[in-house]
Design a protein around this ligand. Structure first.
Ligand code: UGA
Length: 436
């Protein structure tokens, strides 16, 4: 099939590359000329495992093209994905400016009957807005389909190539079938392509992310309670996970969820409630709990040290989770802002997100310094805070750490180490929901 993908962000690029890899002809469109040139040369602007070779081999095979010319891409395609960003407005609602701009461009270049797919995460009702925007500008027939993405950063290629489900929301069964055909090569089970109406598909995306965010905030609340009553959340988690209705996934306590999806989507759903005169009490609490959890390590450290003024604090892990360079809404950045505002200086490291974090924290000037090496980072530190569970942090040389830190103090937001071992090594070691 001939496919155009509007927007070569994280979702658009993975979608375009994987569809090309399955034999489709894909043209990816972006307004950013520099990015398009980079992609044409086979270099990808994001850190995503396994993506670069797929882009390279499909560009070489002429199945994957990159362009800034949207008109030509639209005219030469049967299926057009809208995969542009939907940033949060100041009130938490998703800003649809880019989505609707693309819809207008599609309308102005609609030279035959085509299928338009909303892939970006958009509020319920957006596909209808897209349909209205296009219909106002053209008489050529078209279909608008909601096909939300369920990719995780760090395993996006794998998620695309073996999805646990594909959601297709459409009011036209033939158009829906055509989109289903695009995904069939990737499906182990055909019955995992779920067809539904457009609004339900849009809601499925938000509800899925909100449910996952709820699981995390729930476990963080349980962990905080475990701390107060002397229970061990890791044992509680293991015990809970054997109930098949609960399951073992997404119940790891930590420093709160970050990233470009959960925080934005939970807020957008609350906003949708407010716009429809409905109080999303649970979702509001999910966000509240998360905001507090992001600061938990800093609070605990302050309690331990009395004051953070003049202290040197090391931070391991800046991305919102391992295997990504994404620092959007990352708990580490929130923690570092607070450490500095409390008068501490910070030494930070991350295996891949260092540059992005440096950019985000530039306004803090020399209060934060960045290091490639994790041991260099903790030199002379009064304490170490661990925000991200990168593999290289899992079994460090504790003896060396103790020698180079000013004080052997670790606050671990990801429960990486055995509390007994840390006692043996002589660290003051605090983690989330486990007795010390
Ligand atoms: C998330 C969803 O998992 C994807 O299904 C969805 O497609 C995507 O959002 C999206 O809407 O685009 P992602 O944001 O890449 O994917 O990251 P996750 O792996 O889901 O992690 C989110 C956050 O939750 C991270 O900060 C992570 O540390 C935290 N988390 C996750 C926990 O604190 N505990 C857990 O048990 C699991």
């Amino acid at each position: 099939m001939k496919v155009a993908v509007m927007g070569t962000g994280y979702v658009g690029l993975v979608t375009g590359a994987c569809l090309a890899d399955a034999g489709n002809h894909v043209i990816c469109v972006d307004v950013d000329e520099r990015k398009v040139q980079m992609l044409r040369e086979g270099h990808i602007p994001i850190y995503e495992e396994g993506l670069e070779p797929i882009v390279q081999r499909n560009v070489q095979a002429n199945r994957l093209e990159f362009t800034t010319e949207s008109a030509e891409a639209i005219q030469n395609s049967d299926i057009i994905f809208i995969a542009v960003g939907t940033p949060s407005d100041h009130d938490g609602s998703a800003d649809l400016k880019y989505v609707l701009q693309v819809a207008a461009t599609i309308a102005d270049n609609l030279n035959s009957e085509k299928i338009v797919i909303c892939k970006s995460t958009v509020p319920v009702g957006t596909c209808d807005l897209v349909r209205e925007t296009i219909a106002k500008r053209t008489d050529t027939p078209f279909h608008v389909i909601s096909n939300p993405e369920f990719l995780k950063e760090g395993s996006a290629v794998q998620d695309f190539q073996s999805p646990d489900r594909v959601i297709i929301g459409s009011s036209d069964s033939n158009a829906a079938e055509t989109v289903g055909e695009l995904y069939k090569p990737f499906m182990r089970r055909r019955d995992r392509i779920v067809y539904m109406d457009v609004r339900s598909a849009e809601m499925t995306k938000y509800a899925s992310n909100a449910m996952l965010a709820t699981k995390i905030s729930f476990m963080n609340e349980i962990a905080n309670l475990c701390d107060r009553v002397g229970a061990d959340v890791e044992k509680v988690r293991a015990g809970m996970s054997l109930d098949e209705r609960i399951g073992p996934h997404f119940i790891f306590p930590g420093v709160g969820y970050g990233g470009s999806c959960f925080p934005k989507d939970v807020r957008a759903l609350s906003r949708l409630g407010a716009e429809n005169d409905f109080l999303t009490a649970l979702l509001n609490s999910v966000e509240d709990v998360n905001n507090r959890q992001k600061l938990r390590l800093v609070h605990d450290l302050k309690e331990h040290l009395g004051s953070l003024k003049g202290k040197t604090i090391a931070v391991w892990g800046l991305s919102f989770k391992p295997k990504t360079d994404d620092v959007r809404e990352a708990p580490a950045l929130v923690g570092i802002e607070r450490l500095v505002s409390e008068g501490a200086t910070v030494r930070a490291t991350d295996p891949v997100a260092l540059e992005n974090a440096q950019e985000e924290l530039a306004h803090l000037g020399d209060k934060v310094s960045f290091y490639k090496d994790e041991y260099e980072t903790i030199k002379g530190a009064d304490a170490l805070l661990i925000f991200t569970e990168w593999n290289q942090f899992r079994s460090p040389d504790f003896k060396k750490m103790k020698e180079i830190m000013a004080a052997p103090v670790i606050f671990d937001g990801r429960n990486l180490y055995s509390t007994a071992k840390m006692r043996e090594y002589g660290f003051h070691y605090d983690s989330i929901g486990r007795p010390t």
